[in-house]
Ligand binder design. Sequence first.
Ligand code: SF4
Length: 257
Amino acid sequence: MKLGEGELRARAREAAEQYRHCLLCAHRCGVDRTRGSAGRCQEGSSVFLAGAGLHFGEEPPLVGTRGSGLVLIAGCNLACAGCETAEFSLLRRGVARFGEDQLAGLFLDLQQRGAANLNLVTPTHVLPALRASGHGSIVLIGSTAGQRGEQGHSHYAASKGALQSLAMSLAVELAPRIRTNLVSPGWIRTPMAEGALRTIGPLVASTLPNRRLGEIEDVVNAVLYLSSDASSHLLGENLSVSGGALLVVPRGQLQPR
Ligand code: SF4
């Protein structure tokens, strides 16, 4: 995708309007960030980055074969006590300002280098600038546990269920330039699940309509579909990659029938 200069300028103006009365996160400060640091996050309207590049330290479905396009954004609206990215998120060490055109160039460069996705760290407070820098597709990774609940893993099921609500909300908030959808895998043969699947894998597979466990490629293909223009009319969808698990153990049912 190539944005003309006029289109880029129009988007930058539109983004600046959102910074004039900032309601970007749940703090809803209503301050004018174009006049400098303001609000609970103490952020102005410029985007500062601590770095960017291909990253292989995430789970295999997020990394694909050529890496995840990691973009480290300075500043944050949360200020969690145990922040593991505090060096640049809160202390802003080693960060540099990026304009919308530079951001667009950076994203396209990551795409050309084969990044499976854009992996934006702490982007909420700069969403208007990201929106101004181009079109995009956000794909969140949920779980069938979030779609039907899961006894003994209520914390996990609740957080994955929250992602479904987040996807639906963001889909409306960020449209039309950014689409948001969710992929919800069932049991997938990943290094993390290997131990559990050695014990329960054959039993789980025998309950599924297609009689097999999911592979990492099944999830990657779903993410690629939702990231591509082939899914351009899909917003806020929750795509289950589970071999039909929800058909045999739907919400509220404990065992396959
Ligand atoms: S992004 Fe910052 S200024 Fe805007 S509402 Fe959130 S905390 Fe307040």
